[in-house]
Write a protein that binds this ligand. Structure first.
Ligand code: F6P
Length: 547
């Protein structure tokens, strides 16, 4: 069953939302809080050990009920059934979208083309388990008989960002293996990693769904060449494993077919950390922890699939995002985790969100006449407070922000954690209330500032407030809760794509640059610049002359 094609702006709910926006846009959140004492009770959701407070948004009950109407009118319920049911909802590539099957229970029956995929999924999971245990225990050894000490994940995009983010996020749960990531085709990147490793004790995991990606193949060849300076050709099979759908190319590289971890066409790169693409995560934190990550995601899948939309966390987050993107004209969303462990969450979700929903053609093949994909950016608090928060507090743009915090720190250091969390709470409070002229004046009076100085300075010190935030408070950062958190954002992305009537699971927009890079590389190699626009020719000539 194909996804329905409904232009959201043609729905009755959209027209009502537009009217409602006109009526509510000038009402501030400060007023909304004053008007309604029970606001937070209405606008919070509790699920497992997640607490989402979305009361600090420019919404009232009518807003939420109209947004829910919109979700119903674009056929979200049917779309969710098609998504989890293995329908070919990635229509431009004629593929199902089933990363959720990778974390489903073994007893589940999930069919693609009439075939239950779960036995294959669990066969690969068991292979990951055995392999992980052999490497972590030291039973699997390198070409000189030594146990592995280092892992290098070679991949890019979805074959890098997910594992890199999760290994960083879960380093508290890590074992003795050092895990490195090489992604960029920039030779300086791979050479910096090579500096840190010993060929005798390093295992290379080449992750490429297609095994045709320029960056990954170039880095793999460079590393193999370096490796062969100390080892023999037959040792490659001991030190290189691959995660790919392209068995022919993998074996052509010298990898033993037994050391290939398959994946499937129905797993998109940016949603693939749940497949064998997550092998480096399993190696870093052990299979049990890796499995807990998957089971946390599966719990969120069940919540998303079975919970009424008004109690559904991913649906709520997606609707709020549509509200700001399409009615307030917000261009971007900030993601501020109050834990250093999640420093790679924003880059990871940039691919998830922007590669998925950065589309301008609707599912009917026509250009859209409304805004789609939001820009995602962010850094951990409190660092980001000292970097870009100025613009969120006093700039001219509406930047809805998700604040993600944890009740418990991992090392139990309450001194630090209470300071961290006091900032977490203070920032959303400051963004809500701002600071009025009267408050600033009172501070000036207290300081004994002269009236002239006070009146000159006053406008610069006023904070308007009324800046929307979601607060997500999770009990503790564990593999389980991280799995749920990532799945939560995946489903938010899905809901947004359904509402915007776009195809979220293809990425044709990354192709053009790749094609041009290939032909420019030929020109650089042959030192012959072909016909380009004058700017590109000028730059290429400068490069060739000075290199
Ligand atoms: O950036 C485009 C893309 O196709 C991503 O979707 C994918 O994650 C990445 O390239 C890597 O592709 P592969 O795993 O095939 O090397």
């Amino acid at each position: 069953m194909a996804l329905q094609t409904i232009n959201p702006t043609q729905t009755a709910a959209w027209a009502k939302l537009q009217q409602h926006y006109n009526a509510i846009a000038s009402t501030t959140m400060q007023e909304l809080f004053q008007l309604d004492d029970s606001r937070v009770a209405k606008f919070n959701l509790k699920w497992n050990d997640f607490l989402l407070d979305y009361s600090k948004n420019r919404i009232n009950e009518e807003t939420m009920s109209l947004l829910l109407e919109l979700a119903n009118q674009v056929g979200l319920k049917e779309a969710i059934t098609a998504y989890f049911g293995g329908e070919l909802i990635n229509q431009t590539e004629n593929r199902a979208v089933l990363h959720t099957a990778l974390r489903a229970k073994e007893s589940a029956v999930i069919k693609v083309d009439g075939q239950n995929v779960m036995p294959e999924v669990y066969a690969v999971k068991n292979k990951i388990k055995t392999f992980t245990n052999e490497v972590v225990s030291g039973q699997r050894k390198g070409f000189t008989g030594k146990a592995f000490t280092d892992i290098v994940n070679i991949g890019i995009g979805g074959s890098d960002l997910g594992p890199a983010m999760a290994v960083e996020a879960l380093q508290f749960y890590k074992n003795h293996l050092n895990v490195h990531f090489v992604s960029n085709v920039d030779g300086d990147h791979v050479n910096e990693i090579i500096k840190k490793i010993n060929p005798e004790t390093t295992l290379f995991v080449i992750v490429s769904k297609t095994f045709t990606t320029q960056e990954t193949l170039t880095n793999s060849e460079t590393i193999k060449e370096w490796f062969l300076k100390s080892a023999k050709q037959e040792d490659v099979a001991k030190h290189f494993v691959a995660v790919s759908t392209n068995l022919d190319k993998v074996t052509g590289f010298g990898i033993n077919p037994d050391n290939v971890f398959p994946m499937w066409e129905w797993v998109g790169g940016r949603f693939s950390l749940w497949s064998a693409v997550g092998l480096s995560i399993s190696l870093a934190i052990g299979f049990e922890n890796y499995n807990a990550l998957l089971s946390g995601a599966n719990e969120m899948d069940e919540h998303f699939k079975t919970t009424d939309f008004d109690q559904n966390i991913p649906v709520t987050l997606a609707l709020l995002s549509v509200w700001y993107n399409n009615f307030f004209g917000a261009e971007s969303e900030a993601l501020i985790p109050y834990t250093q462990y999640l420093q790679k969450l924003a880059p990871y979700l940039q691919q998830g969100t922007m590669e998925s929903n950065g589309k301008s053609v609707g599912r009917d093949g026509e250009p859209v006449n409304y805004q789609t994909g939001t820009i995602i950016w962010g850094e951990p608090g409190t660092n980001s407070q000292h970097a870009f928060f100025q613009l969120i507090h006093q700039g001219t743009k509406v930047i809805p922000a998700d604040f993600i915090g944890f009740v418990k720190p991992l090392y139990g250091d309450d001194n630090h954690h209470d300071k961290l969390m006091s900032n977490f709470f203070a920032q959303t409070e400051a963004l809500l209330h701002g600071k009025t002229e009267a408050q600033v004046q009172a501070e000036f009076d207290k300081q004994g500032l002269s009236p002239e100085k006070a009146s000159t300075l006053l406008p610069f010190k006023v904070f308007e407030g009324n800046k929307p935030t979601n607060t997500l408070l999770i009990q503790k950062l564990t593999p389980q809760s991280l799995g749920s958190l990532i799945a939560m954002y995946e489903h938010k992305i899905f809901v947004q794509g359904i509402i915007w009537n776009i195809f979220s699971f293809d990425q044709w927009g990354v192709e053009l640059g790749k094609q041009l890079a290939n032909s420019i590389l030929d020109e650089i190699n042959s030192k012959t610049i072909n016909n380009h626009d004058s700017s590109t020719s000028f730059l290429l000539n400068h490069f060739l002359k000075n290199k």
